[in-house]
Design a protein around this ligand. Structure first.
Ligand SMILES: [Zn+2]
Length: 420
């Protein structure tokens, strides 16, 4: 295969690529040397900025764009972003010593993580030219975390670059976004996504269907194209509107939907949770290594017992904190999975509406045209519109209310879909 530059991996983002490539070129050593030395932070004259904010819809590739830029900044070749050199390779595989990626474990990104990031930003790069701090979910910063970050953005270290990712600029505090140069990704078109899948060796028909059904979400398109379980999950979601006869059916459908999301979360997190818990227990000296503590306390019974009880109390606290983190991460996975299901349902009602109005648009769920046709024949456009709105309202409610019980929200949705 011919070498692929980091820019070519960004799907359907020509404008973004042009911006990032120009900035990486402007920040490359040859240009900086030509611009002369002395005075001002490096790269200031060439348009290089210390803080960037990558925005765009979920699945459009915000993180991928930030990572490609990071690779371009620390690429060892000209033009930057070759995708092959050690500078590019270590960034793309997240093994670069000068790249620190911070991703929230749960629903929010706390001040502890951001302080560590800010400390890291103050040290000089070791291998590459820039110390790069990548914050994958800047919209999930707590207030304290945002304030800690703001200080670092106001007085950035000379060789530090902050790359923040968030769905939209409204999701980031004005004080933070005013310090950043914004890079807005667009939703990749179905044709862009299809071409990506074709390049990755997917069969044409499968690529076409997955590209449309993913509605511009790259990772989902790949899953739909390669994973039978993902296709079945989506099919089960799209069958829901057709099975809402009685109240009991609505409740059962809601339970299935939330159950599938729970199973998704379980599958995604179970193994990692267990490994983390075991590692923490080992590090704390509880469980496997507890016998060592016992023999020491046998030598000096009183003092040993006291120290041991302190260790046990500390360990219990640390384990509790880990448990909280894991719970929060689990909830996030459940919500992400449910959100995907709701996007699929909204797409189906959009197909139904298009059918009812005779609108000349390509269906989102072309492989489920029978479901859409059945619903179109059995309802009015007004009903479809109300149902579509109910789905979108549930999406917003789940996203905005951390305390909302998913099952209750989905039950009221399935009832509304039946009665709407
Ligand atoms: Zn390179």
């Amino acid at each position: 295969m011919s070498p692929v530059t980091v820019w070519e991996t960004l799907v359907g983002q020509e404008a973004v690529v042009a911006t990032l490539r120009a900035a990486a070129v402007a920040a490359s050593p040859g240009i900086l040397a030509a611009a002369g030395s002395g005075g001002g932070p490096a790269g200031a004259r060439s348009g290089m900025t210390h803080s960037w904010l990558f925005t765009g819809p979920s699945g459009a590739g915000r993180q991928e764009a930030a990572r490609a830029f990071a690779a371009g900044l620390n690429c060892e070749r000209e033009p930057p972003g070759c995708g092959e050199c050690a500078g590019c390779h270590t960034v793309l595989t997240d093994t670069a010593t000068d790249l620190r990626t911070v991703t929230p474990e749960g629903l929010s990104l706390g001040v502890k993580d951001v302080r560590a990031l800010v400390r890291d930003a103050a040290s000089a790069p070791t291998a590459g030219r820039w110390r790069i701090l990548l914050l994958t979910d800047a919209d999930r910063l707590t207030e304290a975390a945002a304030n800690a970050l703001l200080k670092a953005l106001e007085e950035p270290a000379e060789r530090a670059v902050f790359l923040l990712c968030a769905p939209s600029i409204e999701d980031v505090l004005p004080t933070i976004r005013s310090r950043c140069r914004t890079v807005a990704l667009r939703l990749p078109s179905a044709a862009d996504v299809r071409d990506m899948l074709l390049r990755e060796g997917i069969d044409e028909q499968v690529a076409q269907t997955a590209a449309r059904a993913s509605q511009g979400h790259l990772a989902l398109a790949r899953r739909l194209a390669t994973d039978e379980a993902a296709r079945e999950h989506r099919a089960a979601v799209l069958r829901i509107p057709g099975r809402l006869g009685r109240v009991g059916d609505c409740l059962a459908a809601a339970a299935d939907l939330v159950g599938a999301a729970n199973a998704d979360a379980e599958a995604a997190n179970a193994e990692r949770d267990e490994v983390e818990t075991e590692a923490l227990k080992t590090a704390l000296g509880v469980g496997a290594t507890a016998t060592g503590g016992k023999s020491r306390s046998a030598r000096a019974p009183k003092a040993g017992a006291k120290a041991r009880s302190m260790v046990v109390r500390g360990a219990a606290g640390a384990l509790k904190e880990l448990e909280r983190t894991q719970k929060s991460r689990g909830r996030r996975t459940i919500l992400d999975s449910l959100d995907r299901a709701l996007v699929d349902l909204a797409g189906l009602y959009r197909d139904v509406l298009a059918e009812q109005l005779g609108a000349p648009v390509d269906p989102i769920h072309a492989d489920h045209a029978a479901e859409a046709a059945g619903l179109a024949a059995a309802s009015t456009p007004e009903q479809t519109l109300r149902r579509l709105e109910a789905v979108l309202a549930t999406r917003a409610a789940l996203a905005d209310n951390p305390g909302l019980v998913p099952l209750l929200a989905v039950e009221s949705l399935t009832l509304a879909l039946r009665d709407g």
